[in-house]
Design a protein around this ligand. Structure first.
Ligand code: SF4
Length: 374
C-alpha cells in the first residue's frame, strides 16, 4: 500500500481540518520532492493499492502526475496492482483533464469531493465548485472511461433539513452516469479545531445540526442505499457489491503502508511514522535525502485500542481470531466488557466476530472508547 499526500488546495473549505496549504502555486518543487522520497523509500515491494489524497491531488497537472506514477513504477512492483485512486475536486475534472488521466492508464478509480449538489450548501462550505460543476465532473469522468467513481457527500450541514439531504442523494441517483458511481462516502459535518466553521460557530453565525436531524439524515441515507443497491461496509462508506475501497479497507485491517509527502503517515506493523507537515522543510529535506519525520512505537494497548476503534466502525466488526492471535492478553477483558453492549442490542456475537448492529454502528466511537484498555 502506498499513500501520497498532495497538501495543496485552491482555498480552504470552512470545515477543513486536513493539512493543506491554500493559494495558487508552482507545484513542481513538491513533485520533485515526492519523487525523491519515493526513490528513498521504494524497496521494490509489491503494491496492491495506491492512493493519491490531500489536499487536492487533482491540482497537479497530468504531466506532474505522470512524473510521480513513473517514479512509483520504477521503485515498486506494480505488476499486481488492484486499485489506484486519485482524489479529485469537481472543478478540476474538465473533459481535457480526465481524458489525459485516462490516457495514462494508471488510475482506475476517482474519488470526487462533491459534498453537495446544492449551490447554497456549497457556498456555506466555501467549496470552489458549484452544483453544475459537480454534475459535470461525474459525467466527464464517466465519458473518459472511469467507471469506478466514488462520490463524497456531507450531511448535518447547518440549515440542512432531512428533505434537503435526501434531495442530494436523489440528484445523485438521477444522474445519467449513476451506473459509473460504485462507491459513496457520506460524512457527518464535524467541527474541526481551528477550522473556519469553528470560528463561525463561536461568533454565533451558525449552529450545528441537532442529534435528531442527524439521526434522521443517517437513517434516510441507509434507506436510500438499500433502495439503490449500495451496501454499507463501514460507518460512512457504501458501495455496489465488490466495489469497497481496497485501500481504505486495508488500513482498517492493520496492513502496513508507506505514506509519502509532507504530513503523510506510514505504518510498518509496529511503528507509526509521520512526515512533518511542513512543505518547505519537506522539499529541503528531500533534496538532501533526509525527510523530516517523527515516529512512535505503538504499545500493545495503543495497537489494541486502534484496532477496536476501526473495526467497530465496520460492518464486519471485531475479528476474534485477530484478538486471540495479536492481543491475547486483552481477550478475556474484552469478552467481559462487551457483554453490556450485547445486552443493549448494540453488538451481536458470532463464533468469530463481535458485530455492531445498526444502533451499534451509530454509536461506534462511544462503544469503542468504553472498550479501550487504559
Ligand atoms: S478541498 Fe479538502 S483538503 Fe482542501 S480545503 Fe477543502 S476539505 Fe480541506
Amino acid at each position: 500500500m502506498l499513500y501520497l499526500h498532495i497538501p495543496y488546495c485552491h482555498h480552504k473549505c470552512t470545515y477543513c481540518g486536513f493539512y493543506s496549504v491554500a493559494g495558487r502555486r508552482d507545484y513542481s518543487e513538491y513533485v520533485d520532492a515526492i519523487c525523491s522520497e519515493i526513490r528513498l523509500r521504494g524497496d521494490g515491494r509489491r503494491l496492491r493499492t495506491i492512493y493519491f489524497g490531500g489536499g487536492t491531488p487533482s491540482l497537479l497537472s497530468p504531466l506532474q502526475l505522470r512524473k510521480i506514477t513513473g517514479t512509483i513504477a520504477e521503485c515498486f512492483d506494480v505488476s499486481g496492482i488492484e486499485e489506484v485512486t486519485l482524489e479529485a475536486n469537481p472543478e478540476n475534472l474538465t473533459p481535457e483533464y480526465v481524458a489525459l488521466l485516462a490516457e495514462m492508464r494508471f488510475f482506475n478509480r476517482l474519488s470526487i469531493g462533491i459534498q453537495s449538489f446544492s449551490d447554497s450548501e456549497l457556498h456555506l462550505l466555501n467549496r470552489v465548485h458549484n452544483a453544475n460543476q459537480a454534475t459535470d465532473a461525474i459525467h466527464n469522468a464517466s465519458e473518459a472511461g472511469f467507471n469506478n467513481i466514488s462520490v463524497d457527500l456531507i450531511f448535518g450541514l447547518p440549515h440542512q433539513s432531512v428533505g434537503k439531504w435526501l434531495d442530494n442523494l436523489d440528484i445523485l441517483a438521477s444522474h445519467k452516469d449513476f451506473g459509473s458511481i460504485k462507491h459513496l462516502s457520506c460524512y457527518e459535518l464535524t467541527l474541526e479545531p481551528g477550522s473556519i466553521l469553528e470560528r463561525q460557530l463561536q461568533m454565533g453565525r451558525l449552529s450545528m445540526a441537532g442529534d435528531e436531524v442527524l439521526e434522521a439524515q443517517y437513517s434516510q441515507l441507509l434507506d436510500w442505499c438499500m433502495r439503490n443497491g449500495f451496501e454499507q461496509y463501514e460507518i460512512s462508506n457504501f458501495c455496489r457489491p465488490g466495489f469497497h475501497s481496497r485501500h481504505n479497507s486495508r488500513y482498517w485491517n492493520r496492513t502496513p503502508y508507506i505514506g509519502v509527502g509532507a504530513g503523510a503517515h506510514s505504518f510498518n506493523g509496529t511503528r507509526r511514522r509521520w512526515n512533518k507537515p511542513d512543505i518547505a522543510a519537506y522539499v529541503k529535506g528531500a533534496s538532501i535525502g533526509e525527510i523530516p519525520f517523527d515516529e512512535e512505537l505503538l504499545s500493545d494497548k495503543d495497537a489494541f485500542n486502534e484496532y477496536i476503534m476501526t473495526s467497530l466502525r465496520t460492518v464486519r466488526g471485531i475479528h476474534k481470531p485477530v484478538i486471540d492471535s495479536e492481543f491475547s492478553s486483552f481477550s478475556t477483558g474484552l469478552a467481559k466488557q462487551i457483554q453490556s453492549f450485547i445486552r443493549k442490542g448494540m453488538i451481536v456475537e458470532t463464533k468469530d466476530y463481535y458485530i455492531p448492529t445498526a444502533a451499534g454502528l451509530l454509536h461506534a466511537d462511544g462503544i469503542a472508547s468504553e472498550l479501550f484498555v487504559i
